[in-house]
Design a protein around this ligand. Sequence first.
Ligand SMILES: Cc1ncc(COP(=O)(O)O)c(C=O)c1O
Length: 384
Amino acid sequence: MKKNSFIESELENRRSQNLLRGLRTISPISGIEIDVDGRTMLNFCSNDYLGLSRHPLLRQRAAEFMEKYGAGSTASRLVCGTYDCFEQVENKIAYLKGSETALILNSGYQTNVSLLPALADRETLILSDWLNHNSIIQGSLLARCRVERFHHNDPDHLKRLLKENQDSGISRVLIITESVFSMDGDQSDIDALVKLAEEFQALLIVDDSHATGVLGKRGMGLTCGKNVDITMGTFGKACGSFGSYIACSKKIRDYLINFCYGFIYTTALPPSIIGSIDAALELIPTMEKERLDLLKKADHLRSSLHEMGFDTGDSSAQIIPVIIGDEEETLALSKQLEEDGILALAFRPPTVAKGESIIRLSLSALHTQEHLEQLIDIFRRWRG
Ligand SMILES: Cc1ncc(COP(=O)(O)O)c(C=O)c1O
């Protein structure tokens, strides 16, 4: 047996199922158009929901912070110390989230894979929504404790699991869910979850990644002003930058600084990134009109798709899954969209369950009515 034989056979396996992934080179033309192999494509798959990634203020602030602090942060924040710009931005996050404190981490993925292991011991029970993001699934596995998944967006099932596990010798319960689900664009009932967490003395952790910048008070997410123990979110989506935050009490922040290895054992984010996050946090509270327009466009797109008989599940935000089901058909539709100048990716197993393939559309504040009509027209022609 050759040492690399499993690599070739696994790749072949994926290839034969038409599931092989690869990287393609693109370059940005505008906030909403990208060049793919010399063709200008309209982008309906980015998470840059407010179009901030190319905003002049983010680029300018990134340059200013790099000029002042240098290109890299040189070490973990626990080693040489923490630059004041991190703490200033953390204070801004806490103010906007309405939390006592905040902590910046290097990415949403890194946060989820290290937060759960930091909070769990072997006798912990993690209760996790069925449709939680892969980073939460990986974090749950790394926590090396019992994990139960509750039916998607179903507080009644969660309550049953909480009841069943009362007095069962567990040390603590962690409930984890997303506020806006990354594939389906539906929303959690945060109030119901807060109530259950309080009743059963469980720690409630909410991944607010897809709501940060788009929904909630000042657009800062669905957990703003709610009694959620720990909120995490990313700066890589509507904030147009990179990195992640945790909003929590001072005690929990102190705990994580001591026990969260994804914070401790890594070089801090580059100052330029902190600069662009700072600028995004300045702009987001002022973008109420853009947010309203974005959600109106999402409503219009959903109702147009429904009129043609397409199913968009329970989507109620800027992420719209068009549920096709069959993998081949989903791929064919994605190809048709691409031929017509639209980039909208097909999500197939293993990202979604077998037979539940979707085209995931994500809208940006930069999409115009004409862009939407162009997209709707392709779906109409596809329906025949
Ligand atoms: C719900 C959710 N959480 C976390 C992440 C990871 O965030 P980041 O891109 O900052 O690593 C993502 C990104 O895909 C996500 O959709």
